[in-house]
Design a protein around this ligand. Structure first.
Ligand code: UD1
Ligand code: UDP
Length: 386
């Protein structure tokens, strides 16, 4: 079996790495890894292949910068050419970025079965580019790999054929389990940044709904001043850096509490996650990683597609309201001083999902279950139901 894997953005390298590792040692499958080029700085892309022990992609299409339409448009054109060069039996796309959408759309149009990793997530926020990308990709996929029951249920509610869904755990958990000890051993990031275990907060911020909105970004960064902790480590995403410059908000980074760094490599980053007292973020993946590492997460969003993190009590949504952020974080810090200890059961699997996913893809291919059907009715609603 020959599978094309399409990636492009930082979290995709991480969630795909454990599957790539499995496929590389499995004789029944060959991979061809296409990087769209969406993320291109060394520390947003190249650093991860080395650190996650996977080979660099076979090709980089170098498509980046531009509006969503420009980006996806250019990706569609170049990806089509690339996918027509070989006889691919399937394509694997992951998550909900523009690279995911472009890969899925091109492949489905040229009748290559699409496999969507991290399928079925819903934030129900239709203004988010990610929500559009994931919904469209799900509905053109032939195999939908879900992480939990909630994601599976979301798909069933949308009329997706039950037999096309494969529910297993989350490969980001595989990645973190495979690398957490290595990061403890190899990374000297705490020393470099002069922070001590559990004496700082880790902050990340990059979502369009936050950083493209001046009021929200100001409110979030101002909240840091009133948080009762000495140090906040802030690896800044390139999107946010650009927006801060565009809105002339550089002074907000001039806060003695803030330790601003470039985006960090995976090993440094997970070491910082594990040793922080609280994680403050609007990232998707980091909400799950915080849970896996038993670090409380305060999420700077009004909704989350990772609702299990809320259900187990590992995460709380605070949006961008300054007072709400300050109160929530200070309250948590006080409880921790009094000995509040966090440990949650992880709903995202046992760290072996990538093995199951690899085996399932090969099995379904060999059984003909990845073939694209020409006459399957997904739901058989009769007119009286309407
Ligand atoms: C993208 C995803 C988002 C994901 C995030 C992970 C979409 C629609 N959004 O958002 O879901 O959470 O990646 O980090 O796909 N830039 C650089 N250097 C880089 C990467 C980006 O300068 O290495 C700049 C781009 O030129 C652009 C801005 O950052 O100006 C945003 O990049 P883009 O890839 O469009 O979206 P992200 O915000 O990174
Ligand atoms: N990450 C990293 N370095 C950083 C920030 C994040 O390695 O400086 C990793 C983090 O451990 C997680 C992933 O990047 O695995 C999350 O990516 P991001 O927040 O960019 O995207 P999202 O998950 O929100 O789509």
């Amino acid at each position: 079996m020959l599978i094309a894997i399409v990636s492009g953005a930082r979290p995709q390298f991480i969630k795909l790495a454990p599957i790539i590792q499995e496929m590389l040692v499995n004789e029944s499958i060959d991979i061809y890894h296409i990087h769209t080029g969406q993320h291109y700085d060394k520390n947003m892309s190249e650093v991860f292949f080395d650190e996650l022990s996977i080979p660099p992609p076979d090709i980089n299409l170098n498509i980046n910068n531009g509006t969503h339409a420009e980006l996806v448009g250019r990706m569609l054109t170049k990806l089509e050419k690339e996918l027509l060069r070989k006889k691919f039996d399937a394509i694997l796309v992951a998550g909900d970025t523009d690279s995911t959408l472009a890969g899925g759309l091109v492949a489905s149009k040229i009748n290559i079965p699409v496999i969507h990793l991290e399928s079925g997530l819903r934030s129900y926020d239709y203004t988010m580019p990610e929500e559009i990308n994931r919904r469209v990709t799900d509905h053109i996929s032939r195999l939908l790999i879900t992480t939990t029951k909630i994601a599976t249920k979301n798909l069933l509610n949308e009329g997706i054929n039950r037999n096309w869904i494969f529910q297993t755990g989350d490969t980001m958990i595989d990645a973190i389990m495979r690398n957490v000890d290595k990061s403890e051993e190899k990374s000297d990031v705490l020393k470099k940044l002069e922070v001590k275990e559990k004496e700082y907060i880790l902050l990340t911020l990059h979502r369009k709904e936050n950083v493209d909105n001046k009021q929200r970004i100001v409110s979030i960064l101002e909240s840091i001043e009133e948080i009762e902790i000495e140090k906040v480590v802030y690896p800044i995403h390139p999107r946010t850096l650009k927006k801060i410059a565009q809105f002339h908000l550089e002074s907000l980074l001039d806060n003695p509490k803030l330790i601003v760094t470039k985006p960090l490599g995976y090993l440094d980053f997970i070491k910082l996650e594990k040793n922080s007292s609280i994680i403050l973020t609007d990232s998707g993946g980091i909400q799950k990683e915080a849970l896996a590492l038993n670090v409380p997460c305060v999420t700077l969003r009004d909704n989350t597609e990772w609702c299990e993190t809320l259900d187990v009590g590992a995460n709380v949504l605070v949006g961008s309201n300054k007072q709400k952020i300050v109160n929530t974080v200070n309250n948590l810090l006080n409880r921790m001083k009094e000995g509040f200890f966090t440990e949650w059961e992880n709903p995202y699997g046992d760290g072996k999902s990538s093995v199951r996913i690899t085996n399932e893809i090969i099995k379904r291919f060999q059984n003909g279950q990845l073939n694209i059907p020409t006459n399957i009715m997904v739901q058989n609603l009769v007119i009286d139901d309407l």
